[in-house]
Design a protein around this ligand. Structure first.
Ligand code: NAG
Ligand code: NAG
Ligand code: NAG
Ligand code: NAG
Ligand code: NAG
Ligand code: NAG
Ligand code: NAG
Length: 351
């Protein structure tokens, strides 16, 4: 029983005992943790990123000279409850013997790296075993706890296969599922690559059933691909053993119109989050597609609904403070925002 939960329930506490009976862990699950605002907290960040083993240079903003450090100092404050501080020992203890895998694009890699840093900082003396080819799958195991934290690289979740005509994006095929479904916890994500064109587009044709086309409406392709994934969950995943989560759409900040600063074309000058709980531009269309598909899945899948809270963090991208000196307003600095995603993940998987 936690008194602070009662306290934040405010009005409900008028009925004293009702508040007490409903206090504690259940509130964290029943409260919408994804609605809230960013508040200054001097005890943040949760770890010193220079001590973290192996953060890829794309996310290592401090190493590449980011001069402003305010972005490290914000804590997510849900409106109706508190987000527990990340407790790595508790996480590892409760997940003893389990394997947790992030499946998706570089945004999944971004969250995976944050989780490794968070766990390492909680048990700095513990050995970490590294396995995998580092391109398609990385497996970091904490042998003292028998917990493996993996990331599986997949741009679209559905397959891309090289055939005689070229690279074919197969909207109705998921071949890697046989590996994924052995995991105890799966965190999926895909979005970034569905609108890629030109040299960055990783396929030449799209296939659906027997039909092969040169291109199609990309949002529709995304919906079909995601539905294939949803049907795979329903058909193949034993959700009694495996907990399935889907990461909401991770937003980019290249268009200041979205946050009422017309003329701004990137995140290079952003050093503070947006005040309050709402993003002026509203939710991206892709999130509605995700919500539609998730509603249709029979088995339990939890939406890690990080979209709005991340939209508010226009300050949390690497911008030019990364190894390639480009302008990255898509990924997130580690330490930083993705630590909050993992705090939210921890609430879902440790209770
Ligand atoms: C995700 O969060 C946004 C912002 O709080 C909210 O509008 C949306 O309804 C949420 N989606 C789901 C499925 O909970
Ligand atoms: C990664 O996956 C791709 C496609 O699935 C495959 O062609 C490639 O050989 C894999 N790379 C490694 C290093 O395993
Ligand atoms: C990850 O590595 C651990 C430790 O070596 C191993 O037990 C586990 O099977 C590996 N997981 C996968 C999916 O390869
Ligand atoms: C999962 O558990 C439920 C309730 O215990 C049971 O009815 C169902 O058959 C189980 N599903 C599988 C695939 O084992
Ligand atoms: C980023 O935006 C600033 C002004 O907002 C502009 O001067 C700069 O050229 C932009 N940088 C890149 C790489 O787009
Ligand atoms: C955000 O809120 C803080 C504290 O209430 C205030 O000082 C600041 O001016 C606000 N910033 C904007 C851009 O509204
Ligand atoms: C919902 O499920 C039905 C039946 O499996 C399927 O035909 C349809 O495509 C699904 N729609 C979405 C949006 O997932």
């Amino acid at each position: 029983m936690k008194i602070e939960n009662c306290w934040v329930l405010g009005v409900v506490c008028v009925w004293g005992w009702v508040c007490l009976v409903s206090g504690g862990r259940d509130d964290e699950l029943s409260c919408n943790m994804y609605e809230g605002e960013w508040v200054w907290d001097d005890s943040y960040p949760l770890y010193d990123s220079s001590n973290c083993p192996n953060i890829r240079s794309e996310f290592n903003c401090l190493k590449y000279g980011r001069p402003d450090h305010l972005y490290l100092k914000y804590r997510w404050q849900p409106t109706n409850c508190n987000l527990p501080r990340f407790d790595g020992k508790d996480f590892l203890t409760k997940l003893k013997g389990k394997q947790i895998m992030f499946v998706g694009d570089s945004v999944s890699l971004n969250q995976w790296q944050s989780l490794i840093c968070l766990l390492h900082s909680s048990v700095p003396q513990t050995q970490i075993l590294e396995q995998g080819d580092d391109i398609n799958v990385s497996n970091y195991t904490f042998p003292d706890y028998k917990v493996s934290v993996l990331v599986f690289h997949s741009t679209h979740l559905v397959d891309i296969e090289v055939e005689k005509i070229g690279r074919v994006l197969k909207l109705d095929s998921i071949k890697s599922g046989s590996l994924w479904k052995n995991m105890d916890i799966l965190v999926f994500n895909t979005w970034l690559w569905w609108y890629r064109r030109g040299p960055k587009q990783p396929w030449d044709y799209i296939q659906l059933g027997d039909k092969i086309v040169k291109d199609m409406d990309r949002m529709e392709a995304f919906r079909i691909g995601l539905t294939t994934w949803g049907n795979w969950v329903d058909a193949d995943v034993d959700t009694n053993k495996t907990k399935v989560l889907f990461q909401g759409i991770s937003p980019s900040h290249y268009n200041g119109m979205e946050w009422n600063e017309p003329g701004v074309k990137n995140c290079s000058k952003e050093t503070k989050p947006i005040n309050g709980s709402t993003y002026p531009a509203g939710l991206p269309k892709a999130l509605y597609v995700v919500e539609d598909v998730l509603k249709n899945i029979t088995k339990p899948v939890h939406l890690l609904n990080i979209t709005t809270l991340s939209q508010l963090r226009k300050d949390a991208h690497p911008s030019s403070y990364n190894s390639f000196k480009g302008m990255d307003c898509t990924h997130w600095c580690v330490a930083g925002l993705t630590d909050t995603w993992n705090q939210l993940l921890s609430v879902q998987v440790t209770s």
